[in-house]
Design a protein around this ligand. Structure first.
Ligand SMILES: C[S@@+](CC[C@H](N)C(=O)[O-])C[C@H]1O[C@@H](n2cnc3c(N)ncnc32)[C@H](O)[C@@H]1O
Length: 227
């Protein structure tokens, strides 16, 4: 287990938690575009750290799947996800263990969750238990020690996160999943969208910081469980 505590919301500020989905939508779109090349109608999907559930809603609207589960430790966010899911075949659950769901998935995704997990080896083995043999986990990560903006972001995010942050490097992530027996691959997210520029942003003091982050620092790992 990573930790036993269930929280209300991840961001201490409820309005910022609410705004996070809209800010992440162009990134989710890119994750889907570069990861999914097949028909998902017979596939089962896990979103680890789903927050208000927007990733799975978007995925289903673009590539209808058989069923999906989103898990998160933030109970109010999970309740909101459940309200917003509409007709889609998705269950949202409060929890931190994918293995504890007691079922296996063809695909798993996470977006900006790894840096909130103290033990990557525990996470790798949890995801392994929840994936079918040959299943794929795509994890998006911009919050890591190798990012040029991390020293700044670490402080900014720590002020709003209701749980601790961890300084993982890309190499430590790759090692944890390789040690757990996954085939590990990586690529830049390489976002192909106009992203809004906020003059005076705490996250991107210069426009070039934003350009470098979305084209280079923010990566997608692909971990494939051996068949
Ligand atoms: C930065 S937010 C990203 C949320 C969402 N993936 C998105 O793209 O908007 C990180 C999320 O991970 C969740 N989280 C953190 N630690 C977790 C854990 N051990 N198990 C499940 N969810 C966790 C937080 O509650 C939060 O909702």
């Amino acid at each position: 287990m990573q930790r036993s505590s269930i929280i209300r919301t991840w961001n201490r500020n409820a309005a910022d938690e609410e705004a996070m989905g809209a800010a992440h939508a162009p990134i989710w779109r890119r994750m889907i575009d570069v990861s999914i090349h097949e028909d998902l109608r017979q596939s089962t999907i896990l979103d680890y750290g789903c927050n208000q559930g927007g990733f799975l809603r978007m995925l289903h609207d673009r590539h209808p799947f058989q069923s999906a589960v989103g898990i998160d430790i933030a109970r109010e966010s999970v309740a909101r996800a459940d309200l917003l899911k509409g007709y889609r075949p998705i269950e949202y659950k409060v929890g931190e263990s994918a293995a504890a769901l007691g079922r296996t998935f063809d695909f798993a995704f996470s977006h900006e969750v790894l840096y909130l997990l103290p033990d990557l080896a525990v996470h790798a083995s949890d995801i392994k238990a929840a994936l079918k043999p040959g299943g794929t986990y795509v994890a998006a990560m911009g919050c890591h020690k190798d990012s040029a903006v991390w020293p700044r972001w670490r402080k900014v995010i720590a002020e709003t996160s209701s749980i601790p942050l961890y300084d993982h490097s890309l190499d430590s992530v790759a090692k944890a999943f390789s040690d757990a027996g996954f085939h590990v691959a990586v690529r830049p997210l390489d976002l192909d969208a106009f992203m809004p520029v906020t003059v005076g942003s705490e996250y991107f003091p210069k426009v070039v910081d934003q350009l470098r982050y979305y084209s280079q620092d923010k990566v997608l790992f692909r971990f494939v469980r051996a068949p």
